[in-house]
Design a protein around this ligand. Structure first.
Ligand code: SF4
Length: 79
């Protein structure tokens, strides 16, 4: 049963839905309402909101983390 499990984000990628969500994310950053602060700054024009984050997004780290809910972790039987 566990070997048949596939994380939902893989299906989102395969169907193109993940790309569509990424586009929506970038749209939100033009008049930034990305979080409850609702700064409404255009991060692509160099404006900085309360978070001080630029338009360029960065992944701070990535690694297997099996302490999350099962839909996020996926199949751990091959680890
Ligand atoms: S704090 Fe940052 S992410 Fe949140 S709305 Fe303001 S600029 Fe956007």
């Amino acid at each position: 049963m566990l070997a048949e499990f596939e994380p939902v984000y893989l299906k989102l990628h395969q169907t193109g839905a993940l790309k569509k969500r990424a586009r929506k994310l970038y749209e939100l950053m033009h008049d930034c309402v990305f979080c409850p602060r609702l700064c409404r700054v255009n991060r692509f024009a160099g404006a900085i909101g309360i978070c001080q984050a630029p338009a360029e997004l960065r992944v701070s780290s990535y690694n297997p983390h099996f302490g999350e809910a099962r839909p996020l972790v996926g199949d751990v039987s091959h680890q």
